[in-house]
Design a protein around this ligand. Structure first.
Ligand code: AMP
Ligand code: MG
Length: 402
């Protein structure tokens, strides 16, 4: 049996980044960079006023009040082409380039327009006041975003600042989703006795979409060997195949045998976790990744979070082993035996302003409705004692994008 960190290492060892492609920036949200983005210009590209007011020579406003001659005006987007001389000021707006000769801005609130073309300056200014120097934020040629960065909205704005109209990103992984089990019916049908709704197909599709990757829906293969084999064959046309159900030791658990018949080599088989023990990770000679997850929805979910999500990140050149944070438990948890255990949970901001993690009314791996409200998973190490209200526990956040 494999512990989580070991299984993750084995998975990532088999993952190779997909080929790269060029996209217009606006189509690249949440894609991962395969080439750096550098600024082509200094930022700011010129000495820039940060306030509305008057561009002055600081030497002229050492002692105030002082009356200066207003020789012109410069708005954002325009240039003042002459040089500001002794005793002169130029009216300036936020974002405008500083005129030559001027080295400071006096904000408009500290001035008073006097007679025509005269201004009274009431506040002194040292050199550089309210001016952002050319290149103060970044120098031309500087690397701003790196390969492996996923383009969040902030990154898109940053890339736009650098003029990156086209970006080089990794191809998006295509993830085939196959469910198994003769008991499954689709969700628009009312299950008869002994049937259940195929919720995993929807869960996995949503997880794949939320990971900003592309689902390939294969439907369900029941527990039929021929169908399973055919669907697995189709699924291997994607980059990743996720199967749920049929992976443990029951009489109809055909998935492992059929995967082997397709040439799959098993690297992880059974994990020392609860829920999720029967999880399989395999690869084909063509380098396709296969995750066969238990049928119980919560087990499948946890298997996806622990193994599939990091693999999807790796295919896009990102490193994304989930890391737990520590939060204060609101509720209690039972003692944990030999297997690392996971509990769906809800992180919320307490009155103190700190994070609390609340246990949910959840009854085990088959209780998918008990996951309602989960935005986190609590992790408990093997042989942990019972946890009490107020204890610090390890928590993985769900639904994060960056
Ligand atoms: P299995 O892993 O095939 O032994 O299934 C374990 C449990 O998960 C059984 O109770 C199944 O009915 C249930 N299950 C399997 N597949 C699904 C699915 N696609 N959606 C919801 N529950 C499922
Ligand atoms: Mg089954």
């Amino acid at each position: 049996m494999f512990d989580v960190a070991e299984a993750q290492r084995i998975v990532l060892d088999k993952v190779r980044p997909l080929p790269t492609t060029k996209l217009p920036l606006r189509e690249a949200l949440y894609r991962t960079l395969a080439a750096p983005i550098c600024t082509d210009l200094d930022d700011p590209p010129f000495d820039r006023a940060v306030m509305d007011g008057y561009a002055v020579r600081s030497a002229d406003v050492g002692s105030v009040p002082v009356n200066l001659k207003v020789v012109g005006q410069v708005a954002a987007g325009s240039l003042y082409k002459r040089r500001v001389g002794t005793g002169e000021a130029v009216q300036i707006n936020t974002g405008a380039p500083m005129p030559d000769g001027a080295d400071a801005v006096v904000r408009v609130e500290a001035t008073q327009a006097d007679a025509a073309h005269r201004v009274l300056i009431r506040e002194s200014a040292s050199a550089g006041q309210f001016v952002t120097r050319r290149g103060a934020y970044a120098r031309a040629g500087q690397e701003i975003l790196r390969p492996g960065d996923r383009l969040t909205p902030v990154h898109i704005g940053v890339a736009a600042t650098t003029g990156a109209a086209q970006v080089t990103v990794y191809r998006q992984p295509r993830v085939a989703i196959l469910t198994t089990g003769d008991e499954l019916v689709d969700i628009d049908r009312r299950p008869t006795a002994a049937q259940i709704r195929n919720s995993n197909q929807y869960l996995l599709e949503a997880l794949v979409r939320a990971a900003h990757t592309e689902p390939m829906l294969l439907g369900t293969a029941g527990d039929d060997r021929a169908k399973l084999s055919a669907r697995i064959g189709e699924g291997l046309e994607g980059d990743v195949l996720c199967i749920t159900g049929g992976v443990s030791a029951g009489a109809f658990d055909f998935v492992p045998d059929i995967l082997k018949a397709h040439g799959a080599c098993f690297h992880v088989h059974k994990m020392a976790i609860k829920p999720g023990r029967p999880t399989i990770f395999a690869t084909t000679p063509a380098g396709k990744l296969i995750f066969a997850l238990p049928g119980n929805p919560v087990s499948a979910f946890i298997g996806f979070e622990l193994l599939v999500r990091p693999a999807l990140a790796g295919l896009e050149g990102r490193e994304a082993i989930p890391r737990p944070l520590r939060a204060r438990l609101a509720g209690t948890l039972p003692a944990v035996a030999g297997r690392r255990s996971f509990f769906p949970a809800r992180i919320a901001i307490a009155d103190s302003g700190e994070y609390d993690v609340h246990t949910l009314s959840w009854h085990g791996s088959g209780d998918s409705l008990g996951m309602t409200g989960a935005n986190a998973i609590i992790e408990r190490a093997p042989n942990s004692p019972a946890a009490r209200d107020g204890d610090l526990v390890s928590v993985y956040l769900l639904d994060r994008d960056g």
